[in-house]
Design a binder for this molecule. Sequence first.
Ligand code: LCS
Length: 409
Amino acid sequence: MKHKKYKGKSTEAIHAGETFSILPTAVQDHQAGKTGIPLLPPIYQNSTFGFQTAAECASAFIDEESGYVYTRWGNPTQKVLEEKLAALEAGESALATASGMGAISIALLTALADGGHVVAMETLYSATFNLLNEELPRMGVETTFVDATDPNKIESAIRPDTKVIYLESPTNPLLKLVDIAACAEIAKSHNITSIIDNTFATPCSQQPITLGIDVVLHSMTKYLSGNGAVIAGAIVGKKEFIVQAQKEALRNFGAVISPFNAWLTLLGVPTLPLRFGRHCENALRIAAFLETHPAVEWVRYPGLPSHPQHNLAKRQMNGFGGMITMELKEGHAAGEKLVNALQICTLAVSLGDVRTLVCHPASTTHSHIPIEVRQQTGITDGLVRFSIGLEDTEDIIADLEQALGTLLS
Ligand code: LCS
């Protein structure tokens, strides 16, 4: 796939993927002089595609790049989105999926098609951890979890049967970073597939493929769509890997994106660079404010000099993102009190929304996990995670100030 080279991310987010030859009806109508070109791709809301002759149908089966047969195998609306994603992540090809977990599962099933062992970052999004720790072992795939903030620990865990190095940076919810270029180098030197979940950073902040990573994953539910309207995911990588993922695991396990969700995501992507810039600006100011508050024990934000990997963040990231994690001095009770007192910040899971979302894992998402296990993985009682939205900074700070104030009285 060839991409036009644009000078900036915003132009790319708006124009990449608009190769109208992949919109069959639109281009035919345009060529026949019947219509102008639709500037927003149509939603091809159909499960199957009809043919006039057996020969036409047979050729679509053989050359799937030029023809569509069945939406589980591909759909023109999905294809426009995929072209845009490949351009944004500087990858050869992309595959949109039904969810972020769909993307992670399909990428792992593809890279582990012949079985093997995984070396993974020890703190990952919880469902990813469950997939590696509970689901894949049932299929004979073992994972060694290591503190990948030290790339040497990855190298030491590699076995002769290791097929995948699996990373997230920044991690959910502790915002730890990995040195992406160093990890990619280790993977290359051992001929192992490197995979990274780039959901928190987005391609506006870092493009792991340009740092040597093989496969980039996204939950497009988050910043890429940005509208809080869809569950969607993406895999970006070499064409050979993407074609294999599409023809084998995706097709057979069925985690396909719906044409409508692909279209809704396409509405969000063009404003990603603009939104991401604002998420970053807001988050940096809010993180600095939180750090000075007497009810707060510590704040983790890659853009703050207090982040243990701030130098790596400055080297590797172009914008530190919209996620902030902090620890309250008074623990569990303070966490509950804070989320109850907030008025603009909304208590909700997920992230990357236009609204500021707040979550207190100990009383919600992680309440069923024994306290010793939570503490081992850093999910402490006073931990609060913010996905800073696009509201005016002053309003978010005022809301935080009044809610944190209730913890001091
Ligand atoms: N990767 C990361 C880093 C995530 O944060 C999530 C979801 C996923 C993958 C899975 O994406 P999905 O299948 O939901 O599209 N993170 C969530 C969170 O922190 N709260 O709710 C969902």
